[in-house]
Structure formats: C-alpha cells, structure tokens
Ligand binder design. Structure first.
Ligand SMILES: NC(=O)C1=CN([C@@H]2O[C@H](COP(=O)(O)OP(=O)(O)OC[C@H]3O[C@@H](n4cnc5c(N)ncnc54)[C@H](OP(=O)(O)O)[C@@H]3O)[C@@H](O)[C@H]2O)C=CC1
Ligand SMILES: O=C(CO)[C@H](O)[C@H](O)COP(=O)(O)O
Length: 465
C-alpha cells in the first residue's frame, strides 16, 4: 500500500492544474498519463509541489502508490475514453475503491456507470477552466452521499471559496452532478452569446472599434453585470494582435467551436419539456457560425445584414438589455433544473446550485449571489417571480424590447436577446395562442381539446364532414 491520498489519471490542461491544486492543499497525489513523457515533464516542472506528487508510468504503479481504500480521479475526454479507462482499471481495484469521473461526461453515461460499476463511483462536474482548476474550481458532485462525503475533504479544499464557503457541493444521486454541470455549460453558452450579440450591435450597428467596446465592458463589470465572462470580454476586446498590431478580435475567425455540452442541454430540455429558448438560440448560433461558406454565399445574394444605427449610441440601454436577457436565461436554466429534479427524483436544490456557481466557474457573477438568495427565499418558484428579479425585469424589459427592435430593424441578428424577449412575453401571458394549435390538431387528427368554460376534456370541434 502506498501513501498517496488520491490518484489522478489524465494530465491534460485540467488534470495538471487539478493535480497541482490538490498537492498545494497538502494532499499527496499519484499521477498517471497515457503518454509517459507528459507525466515526466509534469513532475519535473512541479517545483515545490513535486514532493507531494508521485509520477507513475503504469496503472499498476499508480494503484500501488495509493492508500486503501483508493480514490482515483479521471480527467480525460468524455465518452468512450472514460469507459476504456475504467475498464483498464477495474481488474486492479477493490469494491471499496472510489473512482471519480471529473470530466464533462454526459449524465446519462454517469447514471449508467453509477448503476453498473462494481466499485464506488462519483461523477463530478468541474468548472473554471485551467485557471479555476489550478486555484479553485466550482465542483458539482453526483453519486451516493456516502461517496461524496469520502471525497469531500479533498474536493472542498481545492474548490473556489465564496466568502468562506467552498464552491463544491453534492448535487444528488447518480448523474446529478454531471447534469448540473451540463446545464451550467448551457447557461455558459447563452451568457456568452448574449454578450457576443451586444458586441455585434456595438461593432456593426454603432461602428465602435474593439478598444471602445473593451472600455464599455470594463465599465459594466463594475455594475449589475459584474461577472467573469464580462471581465474576460473586456480583456479579449482590448487585446492586440502582435502580427497586425490591430485588435486580436479582428483576426479571429467567426466560427465557434463546441464540444457538445450546450447541445446536450438543449436536447435534454426538449426531453424534459423545459423551455430554454435562450440556450437553444445560443447553440443554434454556434451551428450557424460554423456555416461560414453558406453565409458568404448568401451575403453575395442578399447583401450584408447589419446596417448602421443612426443617432447617439446608448450604452445604458445595451447594458439593461443584456441584464434582462441574462436574468431570463438563468430563469430558464433553473427551470430546467427544477424539471429534471421532478422527473429524475433528484431533489436538486436550486439555491445550493446557485451558491456553488458564485465563484470558481465560468459563469460566476455577482448576480448569482442574488439568485441564490431569491431561490432560497422562494423554493419551487421561478427565478423571474422573485421580488428582486421582478424589479430588475420590470426596469430592464423596455431596454430589451428597444435593443431587439433596433437590431431587427437594422439587420443585426440577436437570436438570444430575441428569444429572451419572446420568452418573457409568452411566460407572462395568461391567455396564449395554443387554443389555435389545439383546434388545428383536433381538425386534422381528432386529438381532442379541453374546454375552457367547463373544463371538460377530450372535446371535439364542429368541423366533421
Ligand atoms: N479545458 C477546460 O476548460 C475544461 C475541460 N473539462 C473537461 O475535462 C476533461 C479533460 O479536458 P482537458 O484537460 O481540457 O483535455 P486535454 O485534451 O487537455 O487532456 C486530455 C487528457 O486525457 C488523456 N487522454 C486522451 N485520450 C485518452 C485515451 N484514449 N486514453 C487515455 N487517456 C487519454 C490525454 O493524455 P495524452 O497526454 O496521452 O494525450 C490528456 O491527459 C474533458 O472531459 C473536458 O471536457 C471540464 C471543464 C473545463
Ligand atoms: O466545461 C467547460 C467550461 O465550463 C469547458 O471549457 C468546455 O469545453 C466549454 O464548452 P465548449 O468547448 O463546448 O465551448
């Protein structure tokens, strides 16, 4: 039996940063990577922390380096790689040993692994990118409470700290942690898309250059929108390209990558019947961004969409529209979490989730603390019905309406803002238009409808013949 408190497999961007973080917090860690040279370089560059790190070159050596019962964290790409890695480990493990999958796994896979594996298992969502992993990520745990309690001393020690509280918590059984991380990433996509749309209005509608745009986002980061994403937006906009001397932004191709978690959120929301149109719009916007050739062709046919907006730029209007869109996007994310909690029997605690997202993760923001408070005060109620957010939505909805109108009239695509506004209007409309859908369904398929006047079900209209 070895001395290491935990093992880590996968010394990529996240694995290396997590391993150093774990060592820095005083835990002995043994590490293994498929490519041995990476392990050797990592150990050689670990500096003062090297004393707490045991580099190993085979899974057998890794296992031998660990205290029993063992705890091993996997930080490898999601999907087949996780299954293959687990398969390779299983013959070396005992039933009490605990495997922790810390990558961005599909929560359905985590449900399956949790049910099937002959060892202990946790699926945890880790957010914060490389910097977060190194100095304090946000951690969303899923699996049995007992297994969480086993890993919690290490996971809470390495997590981000929000005013003395660790941003690491148990979300629920089985795949609950990876589910919450998936929704986190869906919100991340939406938050980023809302920001990118405001950038588009500034650049294409108002003719602002990257430096001016950077200054606006920097200022906004002192207000209601204070957040990591707004902070880095200002930095991205301000950065200079060494080759051209111009803004880096101007040389970055307008084609967004995506590894799939935003798409998973959109797909899962459809299964749950949970409306998340801002997240859907953000995923679709990334898909459209990838159709560069088609966009180039169509611009030649129709001419460019965006036209200059005349008049004085009103940055306050944009700030309020972005704030309004953001609140509505989070309302949708927490609505989806509530739907999953009901359907999967997970008892997900929305306020606790908001608390875990307050620091360390990519979507961390000042507003998440207000959200945690609002969700705590009114469990089971939508975020947008909480008095604090009712005030915000009341005072910013007009700006959202005006920015969407201006953008639409000037050919600037703002799908996430438009989706947020349509959601707001639809959600506060008691008498919607689905009576027409029901009439159509009954007309062509005798699907039946409910009568409003007496509540009778499976009624049919007078269209037979
Ligand atoms: N990057 C980020 O910001 C974040 C990433 N994540 C998630 O963390 C996980 C790791 O991401 P990241 O560190 O960025 O990825 P990297 O690509 O930087 O590293 C991948 C690691 O997995 C190992 N690996 C790849 N394929 C295999 C395989 N077939 N068998 C064994 N080992 C393999 C690589 O080893 P080798 O050196 O041999 O190639 C490497 O150590 C992913 O699930 C990702 O989605 C989560 C939050 C944030
Ligand atoms: O999980 C993350 C942040 O929270 C990862 O950075 C993830 O890769 C981001 O998603 P995508 O690559 O699809 O933009």
């Amino acid at each position: 039996m070895g001395n290491a408190d935990i093992g880590l497999i996968g010394l990529g961007t996240m694995g290396q940063a997590l391993a150093l973080n774990i060592a820095e917090k005083g835990f002995d860690i043994a590490v293994f990577n498929r490519t041995t040279a990476v392990t050797q370089d990592f150990a050689a560059e670990a500096g003062d922390l090297a004393a707490r790190i045991t580099p190993t070159e085979s899974l057998e050596d890794l296992i031998a380096a660990l205290k029993t019962p063992r705890m091993i964290l996997l930080m490898v790409p999601a999907g087949k790689v996780v299954d293959q890695q687990i398969e390779a480990l299983l013959p070396l493990l005992s039933p009490d040993d605990l495997l922790i999958d810390a990558g961005n796994s599909d929560f359905h896979d985590t449900n399956r692994r949790n049910a099937e594996l002959p060892v202990q298992f946790l699926g945890i969502g880790v957010s914060g990118g490389e910097e977060g992993a190194r100095h304090g990520p946000s951690i969303m745990g899923g699996g049995s409470r007992a297994n969480w309690n086993r890993a919690a001393p290490i996971l809470t020690a390495i997590a981000a700290d929000y005013q003395g509280q660790p941003c690491a918590d148990w979300m629920g059984e089985a795949g609950a942690g990876h589910f919450v991380k998936t929704v986190h990433n869906g919100i991340e996509y939406a938050d980023m898309q809302l920001i990118a749309e405001v950038y588009g209005v500034m650049r294409d509608g108002l003719g602002m250059d990257a430096a001016a745009i950077a200054q606006v986002f920097e200022r906004w980061n002192d207000g209601a929108l204070k957040s990591y994403l707004v902070e880095i937006t200002a930095k991205v906009a301000a950065a200079e390209d060494s080759a051209t001397g111009g803004p880096v932004l101007d040389v970055i191709a307008d084609i967004a990558g995506q590894k799939g978690t935003g798409r998973w959120t959109a797909i899962e929301a459809q299964h749950l019947g949970a409306p998340i149109p801002v997240i859907d719009a953000a995923v679709t916007a990334r898909n459209i961004s990838a159709l560069k050739d088609r966009r180039t062709d169509l611009q030649e046919i129709f001419g460019p969409g965006p036209q200059p907006i005349a008049g004085q730029p009103d940055m306050d209007l944009l700030e309020q529209a972005l704030t309004c869109g953001k609140i509505l996007c989070y309302d949708q994310g927490f609505g989806m979490i509530a739907a999953a909690s009901r359907d999967f029997g997970w008892s997900l605690n929305s306020a606790a989730i908001a608390r875990v997202w307050r620091a360390g993760c990519i979507i961390r923001s000042a507003m998440l603390d207000d959200m945690a408070g609002a969700l705590e005060d009114q469990p089971g109620r939508p975020l947008m019905a909480a008095p604090f957010f009712v005030d915000w939505l009341t005072k910013t909805q007009d700006a959202l309406r005006r920015v969407v109108s201006l953008a639409v009239l000037h050919g600037i695509a703002v799908p996430a803002h438009s989706a947020a506004l349509a959601y707001f209007d639809a959600m506060r409309t008691e008498r919607g238009t689905a009576n027409m859908l029901q009439g159509q369904r009954d007309y062509f398929g005798r699907h039946g409808f409910v009568r409003l006047d007496d509540g009778s079900e499976d009624q049919h209209g007078p269209w037979a013949g």
